[in-house]
Design a protein around this ligand. Structure first.
Ligand code: NAD
Length: 330
């Protein structure tokens, strides 16, 4: 039996992790979310209906809220955060506040948990952006790459800063208070229920609305590596439970699926059964030519390799989105 707490459990990755973990009757799962972004839709409701899942509406920046939580958890997945380019540009104060305070309070709370086997902290590929911009970076990028902060006055920097701060909390609280942790740096996770403010759902809408005509694509030769949600979920659970990943930083992504943006758009059109012509625009200033994680560490430590190829993942994603494109929300 394992008792599991998932913060941000109504969100994209949190709901999917809850769904996967709750398949096992030996797991008792408590999810916490304040619906800053997550929502109760049919997918989440079907998970909440399971007998081993409990939902608590609460704010993980509220110290008093932690006093109300049980203290018998074995594992904690800390996924609650304020994320996304729009939030980062419009609400950098919330990014700094929520992402820092929630992690501090969680580790303060963790000092009181006698059974705790691991906290999973969700960091990001964005943490490499300053090094990439100012010094160039090894691509595929390993976890050992030195980190550099970009322009401290820019709202955009708040997200990477908040995640660097979170990683520092893990190492320092971990060492001082013997709190076991694993940090994952997610790289471009995609799949059903990820909202509409992302290149793939945006492209679903653009291609649907422009059937037969030309689609503008900026930075067409730039490459990115996309990781399907099921692979992200499986690898996250694996590294949270694996002995060899205690105290480690792990890239989660799909190194084998690096693809040029123009080919991504063609593959999206293919899974939608649409014919399009690409209008290749110039590169967007500041857009890195290549972004791809080095995922050899997770493979060496746990044997994990992603299983879902891009076309398969996009097909599954489109099957979910096809009848929801008119109800777009954040
Ligand atoms: N999706 C990706 O590709 C990606 C990439 C890099 C990092 N990450 C990290 O993974 C984690 C999960 O990402 P996601 O894509 O599922 O994001 P998401 O926005 O879908 O989920 C975050 C959840 O946290 C909740 N939340 C926010 N503030 C809260 C608060 N104060 N109290 C309680 N709940 C709160 C939101 O309502 C939301 O449901 C985040 O920490 C994010 O930084 C994700």
């Amino acid at each position: 039996m394992a008792s599991i707490l998932i913060t941000g459990g109504a969100g994209f990755i949190g709901q999917a992790i809850t769904r996967a973990l709750s398949e096992s009757p030996s797991h008792t799962i408590t999810i916490v979310d304040n619906f800053a972004r997550g929502r109760i839709d049919a997918d989440l409701q079907s998970v909440l209906d399971r007998p081993n899942v409990t939902f608590i509406q609460g704010d993980v920046t509220d110290a008093a809220f932690f006093e109300t939580l049980p203290t018998n958890f074995d594992y904690i997945y800390h996924l609650a955060a304020v994320i996304g380019v729009r939030n980062v540009m419009e609400k950098p104060d919330k990014v700094l506040y929520v992402n820092a305070i929630s992690t501090l309070l969680l580790f303060e709370y963790a000092k009181r948990l006698p059974n705790l086997k691991r906290i999973l902290f969700s960091s990001t590929s964005e943490i490499y952006a300053g090094t990439l911009k100012h010094f160039g970076i090894t691509v595929p990028t390993p976890e050992t790459e030195p980190l550099t902060l970009d322009d401290i006055s820019s709202p955009r920097t708040t997200y990477m800063l908040s995640k660097m701060y979170g990683e520092s909390i893990c190492f320092n609280y971990g060492r001082l208070y013997n709190i076991p942790f694993t940090i994952v740096r997610y790289h471009n996770v995609y799949g059903p229920r990820m909202g509409f403010l992302h290149v793939v759902p945006e492209m679903f809408i653009k291609i649907r609305d422009n059937d037969g005509s030309t689609i503008d694509v900026a930075s067409p030769s730039h490459t990115r590596a996309f990781c399907y949600i099921d692979d992200a979920v499986q690898s996250t659970i694996l590294v949270t439970e694996h002995e060899q990943t205690q105290g480690e930083i792990i890239n989660i992504g799909n190194q084998e699926q690096e693809i040029a943006i123009c080919d991504l758009v063609k593959t999206i059109a293919k899974v939608m059964g649409k014919t399009i012509t690409l209008n290749q625009l110039p590169d967007t200033p500041g857009s890195p030519a290549r972004r791809c994680p080095d995922t050899s560490k997770i493979k060496t430590l746990t044997g994990f390799v992603p299983k879902i190829g891009l076309e398969e993942g996009l097909s599954r994603m489109y099957a979910w989105y096809a009848d929801k494109l008119d109800s777009r929300h954040e």
